[in-house]
Design a protein. Sequence first.
Length: 274
Amino acid sequence: MQPRAVDAAGVAHETAGADARIVSLVPSVTETLFALGLDKQIVGRTGFCVHPHDKVREIRKVGGTKAVKLDAIRALRPTHLIVNIDENERDTVEQLRAFVPHIVVTHPQTPQDNLALYALLGAIFDHTQEAESLNERLEARLREAMERAHTLAAQNVLYLIWREPWMTVARDTYIAAMLRLVNWHTLPDTRGGVAGAARYPMLDFDDAPWLAQVDRILLSSEPYRFTPTHRDALARDPRLAGKRIELIDGEMASWYGVRAIDGVAYLLRRASSA
């Protein structure tokens, strides 16, 4: 059978048979595999793969996105392993190549890239109709965002993903691209490249001249789980006086795949209520 789909690493994959055994090391992709109707072929997932709740609990855990249990994966005898450039360690993936026949690399960098992700997974696992359905739903959301963007006030936002040290996102990350759909523009205006720490830079509130331009500070629910206590503490910080500080559902802003469909709608609601 001829290769039909090319992943983010440039590898062409043939269509898998119904006996494919899939391990996903990417939480958002795990959720998407279920949305594509591949329930019976998913045999392994990380502890961070928590959606859909009622289905993932039946799937064996193989560690985390970075602390992967190689022996647990080996025991599952997967035919396909799905990884992500940002979320999984290259060295770990290389070790897995020794016994997993097919490794599918993903790397969506914009909301629009999800269309190619649906098509890729649909083609590899022979669920093209389900992929086309997701495609249509996301395209409708993206059209809505485009039509409404000019009605939304432009905002400069600081999107925080960690504390001690404080960490944010570069402008060429998926999160920043999602926020741009609703006319929210991340600061600082930095770009981190294809992968690596520069995509998620550390910052010091005492050494951030661009901070004066920030209208809104968004505290993500992941990977660090910011709470109302953190929000209230920052609101008392004199360096942030006059800034709107609020919590945001990190899954809606950072999870690609099927979650992007609801994510775009969520961000539109948030921006419209500003």
